[in-house]
Design a protein around this ligand. Structure first.
Ligand code: FE2
Length: 295
């Protein structure tokens, strides 16, 4: 099916000004601003679109209006996009926009879209580091005052109903060719799309037994940048939803904040990257939230 990544996320906001201030402070670059909404473009050319929660042109969501309204996945080619349309049309409505974007719904009722991706390599250098005799940061003191900015959108997480969570997960794996990366029977499935090595681009969590957006996550270069970005958010008056830490499943370091337009956003760095050789662990019990967390 050729799905490569999250291409665009569409939010409905009760208060567009607040939502815009949040994502400005988050470190995103606004490429379109108007009374009716804001569009942000990430360095790899993914977009976050903020619209009016009461704009009927936005897809409805199972968890209300002030929330993530649609997740649009990027596909590597038009033939693969056509194949998705054919596959999903077997058992659900698939609408096609003037720009070729497909719109449908998954079995939990979340709006999902697909379009040919428009990827621009961010060309961002790896962090410099000095460690024993492996030293790349030479004659270059750390700039602790710099404004760090997210590189890309990595993943989206939803709560889903518990009654058929494996069926919903199978929809993504069997119909859209996502691959299982890790499963906790008491929590849910972490999946990555076909063109990605990220431990997860999609996590479906069934513990809360409801259909609700949980969070989206933005990659930054390293833990320094998680702390720089988070400190900037706090200085602007935004409330952290967690403390910084490092997850067990996925190994990513994290810091979450609560958005004014539903759910949370996460800064993450150093997530596990998986190849075809990876055997997905299946846990009966969730191995835990974090291997360490700041107190
Ligand atoms: Fe996450």
């Amino acid at each position: 099916m050729g799905i490569q990544r999250i291409e665009s996320l569409v939010f409905g906001a009760d208060n567009i000004a607040d939502a815009t201030r949040y994502f400005d402070d988050w470190g995103l670059e606004a490429t379109k601003r108007s009374e009716s909404g804001t569009t942000y473009t990430l360095p790899e050319n993914q977009t976050i679109v903020i619209g009016d929660a009461n704009d009927d042109r936005l897809p409805s969501a199972p968890d209300g209006k002030n929330t993530l309204r649609e997740t649009i996945w990027g596909v590597d080619s038009q033939p693969n996009l056509d194949a998705i349309r054919v596959e999903l049309s077997k058992d659900r409505d698939v609408a096609t926009d003037n720009d070729g974007t497909l719109h449908a719904r998954d079995d939990a009722g979340f709006a999902i879209g697909f379009r040919v991706w428009d990827h621009i390599p961010a060309g961002i250098d790896a962090p410099l580091i000095n460690m024993n005799d492996r030293n790349t940061r030479l004659n270059e003191p750390v700039d602790g005052d710099r404004r760090a900015r997210p590189i890309r959108i990595g993943h989206v997480v939803f709560h889903v109903p518990a009654d058929d969570w494996k069926g919903l997960s199978a929809f993504y794996q069997d119909r859209l060719k996502f691959r299982l990366s890790e499963r906790a029977e008491d929590t849910g499935d972490f999946m990555r799309c076909e063109g990605s090595q990220d431990h997860h681009n999609l996590f479906l969590a069934h513990r809360m037994n409801r259909a609700q957006f949980n969070h989206i996550a933005f990659e930054v270069r390293d833990f320094d940048e998680i702390m720089l970005c988070g400190a900037h958010m706090k200085a602007q008056g935004w409330e952290p939803a967690t403390k910084p830490g490092r997850h067990i499943m996925g190994s990513n370091m994290f810091w979450y904040f609560s958005t004014p337009c539903g759910g949370r956003t996460e800064y993450f760095a150093d997530m596990d990257r998986l190849t075809e050789d990876w055997k997905p662990p299946v846990w009966d019990e969730n191995p835990g939230y974090a291997m360490w967390i700041m107190e």
